[in-house]
Design a protein. Structure first.
Lengths: 306, 343, 447
């Protein structure tokens, strides 16, 4: 009995030692020399492997960072400036501060505003639907609502609102990794700077049809009427191909354009309602004043005539 | 037009075959009915009870696991649980205690199918997983066969050995095949179905009727069943030609045990067989080879279940390498204009 | 029983399916459709560059007058199909499901351009030289009328170093429901035969085979009876099987040659033209008549009178449906083309194009896709794929955006015949995802 126990112990111990030696030799033989800083950099990266930096994953990005001499072109959108600063410290380079970005949806053609013209019954993939035809509404530019952006998001940050049929970005979760932007076949999602106090103003429409055609297909389509362009005091709005576009570098977030848009296709994110109301009141007052003046002028003209 | 008055738009094709999963499943069930009737004729009502119980257990297991463990929608009525249940029942003796059958059903559906992600994702035939589990766990109960006694026989009928068992034991005790053949039912009676054995493997004739039905309904192609049967004949025939005193004749091998059942109903399972015709042939030959190998040299008298499970494991590999001819490659795709044709 | 080897029906060997052929309009004679009030003529009805517009709003045009000219070699001329006044020229929805530039013409009378020979008699003597034939065909804007709309003159210009020994005239019409080619062969057989000779002369080949599926037995017999006077042309009957009308399948069925992967029929010495195209070639070369009208089948199980119409290019689809008894109440889907490869329309005001072979109306209950189940690996899609691909696997890979792997699995060889989606017992949208995968692979290859 004892002998069995002892021999078992010996054999098992021997096997263990043998395996350890083999493993040791193999790991020595196949050891790959890697810059230790790669591991250090990878440690501080968020490990989401989202591809937002343009590399297939965080390890590849770490390799690229370690090999780089200048960090100005490299940025981890998920970790942001904080992580890039840590990386720069490790590598002894200077981090370049970058404004944080967020995805915005440039379509507000909800079910209510944009009537269906056909029933799509193919696979629930925006790309497949976009290959097939211009869409199940009159608007050939707008959101198809099949949720490809939702499928590709690694951060649970974009969801189709079942009531409007449009994607909604969760500001706290969005890392501006670019995944939804590449996935969207209609190119309605764009990256915007998060902005001061997370305030952003943008045109939520990309319809380039002529005004009448655009409005016929969607109640909130930009018709390119240029009212907003005239209202803007900072030259931030331009009209090309019947479509208004706001330049975020020039926009001062005054929100004056928001109220003048008849189609309500200019969206103001996180701008206090009070301010918008104030602007609206001012505008109405001015309109009233203008009206009064016009009436006065009319009356005067009448009086003069008489 | 639809209620909304709008036209439907979807990518082509716009028409679809009438043969859908549900219909295929029920057609397979119909194809198994002759074998079941034969079994009822031989073993009496107990065959029917065992089959019903197996179906019930499989359905309950599937329902319970899908609903309470996986929290998914229950897809019970695609018929796959019914087929698994029937096949499991076909693979056990009619005098099997019910609690063992229940364990078999739980293993077949729970481990064999659902643990891999449900219908379509299981690498091994669920019914065979259940059967082999029972065979190893309950060797005595699983190999105590009732002797066919006709419709009126009760559950406590006399038990006996299968032809394959008789042969194996006989050979072990040093007897030669021709001597043993006198104890073994004739080929014809095995074909029609009066041998002892599992519930469904009784009658080659009933199984053939099922096969012809499935071929006619385009549920199956001939590739798997025919290659299994032919290769069993081929490999057992080789040994028989070498030494007829030690090895039984090929026809005996095909008609005895579960070769017909395996070739027609178990190996042909869509999920666990290769996709291309070439692959199916390789798969069938493999099953035939391993069946004969286990029967002649293994410790079990029967080998088809193990052979199918072994070949199931090879299916991904077969799918990877046994691809069909691709149009536009190979000799027909090279054209050299002959001078007399050129103007 | 003796087997007549000469008349034995041929077919292709790999894959294929047998959908219900439902040729409801096979006995309906071709009827000219009344002229519409307005036509919309897209300038891009063919593969290649859109044609350059030659007219302006307000111009008066005659039937057969050129209104847009080909831009480069792989492009086609566009002619006015009616007589009238040019209206707005703008982006307009067409049968592709997208907006493209189109010319609208308000119809006034029916004056034809002078050079067109409108007589009914058959002109059997071919005076034009091969070069002139190609020029005539190019001038008349003839494109492949089977569905692909590839400019025909391109196919007739054999590149240097290639030889052609067979011309195949494709009268297979394997798409269920469609009968346009069938009727054309029954009603204009001699014109097709002369057209075939024109094509033979242009290509310099001595052998032409008219290929017809056996569900059009009357057409086979009729053309056979006329062959005596046409040297070098023969007729070959084929078993009914989809997608036999595909060029590659047809070549394999008739000549037992396979077009190399990624190659063209010319690589195996064959040129294939559709019977509709052959008829248009006859009109262009022998009658100086450009491609301004075509035969369109209007069909569907619930349609009152499934018909074959001779339609001017640019006529709104709704006009054809109205003439065939109007859109039935239970209609759920309207398809431009056949049920296997046709395109579902979202708007019935889109115009008939050069390659529109049929308008098919599908009832509502049939129009919707059925519930999708797991893949069972039954291998039916592998069995029916005429190219020998593994559709179920390609779908799986494409769904996961594995472009590298799908490319290795030869996804680009797929001809989108739809047999895999048709046969799948689990109702999986296999072809949807294969198209997606093809798009991704092409994107990578071009970048």
């Amino acid at each position: 009995m004892n002998e069995t126990v002892i021999s078992t112990i010996l054999i098992l111990t021997g096997l263990g030692v043998l395996a350890a030696i083999i493993l040791y030799l193999v790991s020595k033989r196949f050891y790959v020399k890697e810059d230790p800083r790669i591991a250090m950099v990878e440690e501080v990266l968020p490990a989401t492997n989202c591809g937002g930096c343009g590399e297939p994953g965080c390890h590849a990005f770490a390799e690229k960072l370690v090999g780089a001499t200048d960090l100005s072109e490299l940025h981890c959108p998920v970790g942001g400036n904080e992580v890039m600063k840590q990386v720069a410290d490790i590598l002894g380079l200077k981090a370049v501060e970058k404004d944080p970005y967020i995805a915005v949806v440039r379509c507000s053609g909800s079910f209510e505003h944009r009537k269906k013209t056909s029933v799509y019954d193919g696979s629930a993939s925006c790309t497949i639907a976009a290959e097939l035809y211009s869409g199940d509404t009159g608007c050939a530019y707008g959101c198809l609502g099949l949720g490809e952006c939702e499928d590709v998001c690694d951060f649970d940050a974009i969801h189709i609102n079942p009531i409007t049929g449009l994607p909604v970005v969760n500001e706290d979760k969005c890392t501006a990794c670019n995944a939804c932007i590449t996935a969207c076949p209609k190119d309605i999602i764009e990256l915007w700077p998060v902005g001061r106090k997370s305030q952003r103003i943008y045109v939520a429409c990309i319809n380039e049809d002529k005004g009448g055609t655009a409005r016929k297909s969607c109640a909130v389509a930009c018709s390119g009427c240029s009212k907003c362009m005239e209202e803007c005091g900072y030259d931030a709005i331009s009209i090309t191909n019947n479509l208004a576009t706001i330049d975020f570098d020039k926009c001062k977030l005054c929100a004056k354009c928001v109220g003048v848009c008849d189609a309500q296709s200019i969206i103001a994110d996180n701008i206090p309602v009070a301010r918008l109301e104030k602007l609206e009141a001012k505008r109405q007052k001015e309109a009233q004043k203008k009206k009064m003046e016009a009436q006065k002028a009319k009356e005067e003209a009448k009086a003069n005539k008489a | 037009m639809s209620q909304s008055g709008l036209l439907t738009v979807s990518p082509s094709p716009h028409v679809h075959t009438a043969l859908t999963v549900k219909q295929i499943m029920w057609r397979v069930v119909i194809a198994m009915v002759p074998a079941l009737l034969m079994s009822v004729y031989n073993f009496g009502v107990s065959a029917l009870i065992i089959t019903m119980m197996a179906i019930l257990f499989c359905a309950i297991t599937e329902y319970a696991i899908v609903k309470y463990l996986l929290h998914q929608e229950v897809t019970l009525f695609d018929g796959s649980a019914v087929i698994t249940g029937m096949l499991l029942a076909f693979n056990v003796p009619t005098n099997l205690p019910i609690y063992i059958l229940l364990i078999g059903a739980i293993v077949a559906v729970g481990i064999g199918k659902l643990s891999f992600g449900g219908l379509g994702n299981n690498p091994f035939n669920p019914a065979l997983v259940g059967r082999v589990f029972l065979l190893i766990s309950f060797p005595v109960e699983m190999t105590t066969w009732p002797v066919p006694g006709g419709l009126l026989s009760g559950i406590d009928a006399v038990t006996g050995a299968t032809p394959l068992g008789l042969l194996k034991d006989g050979l072990r005790s040093g007897m030669a095949v021709p001597e043993l053949m006198s104890d073994i039912p004739s080929h014809l009676s095995m074909f029609i179905g009066t041998q002892a054995g599992s519930l469904g493997e009784m009658s080659g004739l009933a199984m053939l009727i099922g096969l012809i039905f499935m071929l006619q309904q385009k549920v199956l192609t001939w590739h798997v069943p025919i290659t299994v049967i032919v290769s069993v004949i081929f490999f057992s025939g080789l040994f028989w030609l070498v030494d007829p005193s030690q090895y039984a004749d090929p026809l005996f091998h095909v008609l005895s045990g579960g070769v017909m059942l395996g070739a027609i109903f178990m190996a042909t399972d869509y999920v666990t067989s290769p996709v291309s015709h070439r692959g199916m042939v390789i798969f069938g030959v493999g099953i035939g080879f391993f069946t004969v190998l286990i029967r002649l040299f293994g410790s079990y008298p029967e080998g088809i279940s193990f052979a199918i499970l072994i070949m199931n494991a090879f299916v991904p590999l077969i799918n990877k390498y046994a691809k069909q001819h691709r149009y536009g490659t190979g000799t027909k795709a090279t054209f050299e204009s002959t001078p007399e044709l050129v103007h | 029983m003796s087997i007549n080897l000469v008349n034995a029906l041929k077919t292709f060997h790999q894959g294929g399916i047998h959908p219900d052929d439902a040729k409801l309009s096979a006995n309906a004679e071709i009827v000219p459709l009344p002229l519409p009030k307005i036509v919309t003529i897209p300038v891009s009805q063919h593969i290649g560059k859109p044609a350059r517009i030659l007219v302006e709003r307000g111009d008066m045009v005659k039937v057969g007058q050129i209104i847009a000219t080909h831009e480069g070699f792989v492009s086609a001329n566009i002619h006015s199909s009616v007589c009238g006044k040019v209206g707005i020229i703008d982006e307009m929805m067409d049968s592709t499901g997208f907006k493209h530039t189109a010319i609208t013409i308000r119809v006034k009378g029916d004056d034809w351009a002078e050079e067109v020979d409108l007589s009914e008699e058959i002109n059997r003597t071919i005076c034009a030289s091969p070069e002139e034939i190609v020029e005539q065909i190019m001038g008349a804007g003839v494109v492949g009328m089977g569905g692909a709309a590839f400019p025909s003159h391109v196919k007739l210009s054999v590149p240097e170093g290639k030889t052609v020994d067979h011309l195949l005239i494709n009268g297979v019409e394997c798409e269920p429901f469609l009968t346009a080619d069938h009727r054309l062969m029954l009603e204009k057989p001699e014109e097709i035969l002369v057209g075939t000779q024109v094509l033979m002369k242009a290509l310099g080949v001595s052998k032409a085979i008219i290929c017809i599926e056996d569900n059009k037995h009357d057409a086979i017999e009729l053309i056979k009876s006329l062959l005596k006077e046409y040297e070098g042309i023969s007729v070959q009957g084929l078993q009914v099987k989809y997608p036999q009308g595909g060029e590659k399948q047809l070549i394999e069925a008739i000549l037992d040659r396979e077009v190399p992967s990624g190659g063209l029929p010319i690589d195996v010495g064959v040129i294939v033209h559709n019977v509709g195209t052959t008829y248009a070639v006859y009109q262009a070369v022998q009658k100086n008549k450009p491609l301004i009208e075509r035969v369109v089948t209007v069909t569907g199980r619930s349609l009152e009178t499934p018909s074959n119409f001779l339609v001017r290019i640019g006529t709104p689809v709704i006009n054809l449906i109205a003439e065939a008894g109007g859109l039935p109440e239970q209609a759920g889907k309207v398809i431009s083309g056949g049920p296997m490869m046709g395109k579902a329309l979202a708007d019935l005001n889109v115009p008939i194009a050069k390659a529109t072979s049929g308008i098919l109306i599908i009832d509502e209950e049939e129009a919707k896709r059925q519930e999708e189940y797991n893949c069972l690996h039954c291998g039916k899609c592998v069995e029916v794929c005429p190219i020998g691909l593994e559709p179920y696997y390609l779908m799986l890979l494409a769904k996961n955006h594995r472009a590298g792997q799908t490319s290795k699995e030869h996804i680009l060889d797929c001809m989108e015949c739809g047999s895999c989606s048709w046969v799948c017992p689990s109702n999986r949208p296999i072809l949807d995802y294969i198209r997606l995968g093809k798009k991704e692979v092409k994107k990578i290859k071009t970048s």
